[in-house]
Ligand binder design. Structure first.
Ligand code: HEC
Length: 176
């Protein structure tokens, strides 16, 4: 009896192991952008990482719209319009998917320069620039949406009204 039971559980475990290691279809595993919950006017993944929310009719949430504006005010001169990249700086719509969220934010705050790179290939540090740092999560989710092709190039046509929570958050950050 005991033996039968353990044999059975061993084979159940073997099947479970095969299922767990089996690739899902032939597709590459997509970065995690799925909305798990919405809090304070922002969408988050199950790992508490900011993500975008876009309604079926294409209406973008406030952070995506804000990110579009902030990106084009502060980043696009080097990184190209719509996160597409330039000959000078990488395509951030791809970086936002490839890089860990915390690393992404760290590069924005602290800047970066490749060892040996010429002086004109520098990512400036924005850590003390409120027009960037108060909106880094917006810029991040905007670029993530671009990387996933969830929004087209250009200004999003439809957006939700600015949520009160985000208005308050912005005022606090900009005056703090
Ligand atoms: C003056 C030009 C310039 C501006 C403005 C600029 N960047 Fe950069 N950025 C660069 C360069 C050049 C690199 C590549 C640096 C390297 O790897 O040495 C870079 C790299 C990065 C990276 C790392 C990307 C990767 O795939 O490794 C991130 C993230 C980034 N920038 C975000 C931003 C954001 C967000 C803004 C706007 C708030 C911004 N940058 C504005 C020039 C700029």
């Amino acid at each position: 009896m005991t033996k039968k039971f353990s044999l059975l559980s061993a084979s159940v475990m073997a099947v479970a192991a095969i299922l767990a290691s089996a690739p899902i279809g032939a597709e590459e595993v997509k970065p995690d952008v799925a909305v798990e919950y919405v809090e304070g006017g922002r969408a988050f993944t199950k790992d508490d990482i900011p993500t975008y929310f876009i309604a079926e009719d294409g209406t973008v949430d406030w952070p995506v719209f804000s990110g579009f504006r902030r990106y084009h005010a502060e980043c696009h001169v080097c990184h190209g319009p719509d996160g597409e990249g330039s000959t000078y700086a990488p395509a951030l719509k791809e970086s936002a998917l490839a890089m860990d969220y915390y690393d992404f934010i760290e590069v924005i705050a602290s800047g970066r320069q490749k060892v040996g790179a010429s002086e004109n290939s520098v990512m400036p540090a924005f850590g003390t620039n409120k027009n960037v740092m108060c909106f880094v999560d917006d810029i991040y989710v905007y670029l993530k949406a671009r990387g996933m092709d969830a929004i087209a190039r250009g200004r999003p046509a439809k957006k939700v009204d600015k949520p009160d929570e985000l208005r308050a958050e912005e005022e606090e950050c900009m005056s703090g």
